[in-house]
Design a protein around this ligand. Structure first.
Ligand SMILES: [Zn+2]
Ligand SMILES: [Zn+2]
Length: 330
């Protein structure tokens, strides 16, 4: 029965992946795992193939989203994750590329049968963001309740509920915990990263930050560090193209970006020092548009880090050192 549920949760597209794990790990181990789904791997710069920042984490009965950038709702809709069981959304900060799909995701979750209002956690400012979103979509909720009836869509359950949290322990259920960490995305303050622990497995998600001592301190020995990453080589090309196209404002904004995201090479060095077991880049600045650009992004550091893409899964079985990776289409 549990196997059946697992197949239903991960969806048909992941059957090959599941079988691969069975062969490698034995079924009993992989059923109990910390699972990470990349629902958005891009920074605000546009990319047809990538949604903006979003990471889903599932373990046992817990399912949380860390940021909900534009396009991430569609990624989640095709993930097979049980959106009616979504326990909460956690924002790292309030830049649009981290929050703009939250209402679409809330609607999907509510319409999938969620029986409670959706908690949205974040630093100071979250109440203002959520009050605005609830108000912006008040008519939308009323139309949907009028159409389907209160028995199907209980109005209260369609609301987002703001939860202002300080840095520190945020959620704990005995085996699964989440800790918020203040990172350095100056001048945006506060901005959080998050550490997630499930049994003996762990993941850290940076949000947007330069290499941060506080984040690296909680990343000591972590199984998987998902870090935002910037490629100067690729960004320089984008700056020059903007200048040539007569868009000096865009060129200057791209130059400004270089001082508040971590440079790929610098993260590699910090992750090595913190004995991070696997480093993976997301929130790619800029998102590489093809394989050649991806190779430039990773030049010299291919062996140290993984370049994520949308719809990619990481699975960390409990009681094991294994990290199983499935890219879309594999
Ligand atoms: Zn961002
Ligand atoms: Zn940001």
């Amino acid at each position: 029965m549990r196997l059946m549920m697992f197949f239903l949760l991960v969806g048909v597209a992941n059957v090959v992946f599941v079988q691969h794990i069975r062969a490698q790990q034995g079924l009993a181990q992989q059923e109990d795992a910390l699972k990470v789904f990349v629902c958005g791997s891009s920074s605000p710069l546009h990319d047809l193939r990538r949604a903006k920042a979003c990471i889903a984490v599932q373990a046992g009965e817990d399912l949380f989203l860390f940021d909900t950038g534009s396009g991430s709702g569609a990624r989640l809709a095709f993930s097979g994750l049980p959106m009616h069981k979504l326990r909460g959304v956690l924002f790292t900060h309030f830049h649009s590329d981290h929050i703009s799909d939250v209402y679409n995701i809330n609607l999907t979750s509510w319409a999938s049968g969620r029986k409670y209002s959706l908690p949205v956690y974040g630093p100071v400012g979250i109440d203002r963001v959520i009050a605005g979103m609830n108000e912006a979509y008040a008519l939308d909720r009323s139309y949907r309740v009028a159409h389907h009836g209160e028995k199907i869509l209980q109005p209260e359950h369609g609301l987002l509920v703001a939860k202002t949290v300080p840095a520190g322990p945020l959620y704990e259920n005995g085996v699964f915990s989440i800790t918020a960490v203040a990172v350095d995305h100056s001048p945006i303050e506060p901005a959080f990263g998050y550490r997630i622990d499930y049994a003996d497995r762990s993941v850290v998600i940076s949000g947007d930050s330069v290499v941060s001592d506080a984040l690296m301190a909680v990343s000591q020995g972590v199984d998987l560090l998902l870090h935002d990453a910037l490629s100067l080589a690729l960004l320089d090309g984008a700056i020059q193209r903007s200048e040539r196209a007569g868009m000096p404002v865009r060129a200057q904004i791209l130059r400004d970006v270089t001082n508040y995201h971590a440079h790929a090479g610098a993260i590699v060095a910090a992750a090595r020092e913190a004995k991070v077991k696997q480093l993976a880049f997301y929130h790619l600045v800029p998102p590489p548009q093809n394989e050649q650009a991806a190779a430039i992004f990773m030049r010299g550091i291919e062996a140290d880090a993984i370049l994520t893409e949308d719809m990619m899964w990481f699975e960390l079985p409990v009681g094991s050192e294994a990290l199983l990776i499935k890219r879309p289409g594999e």
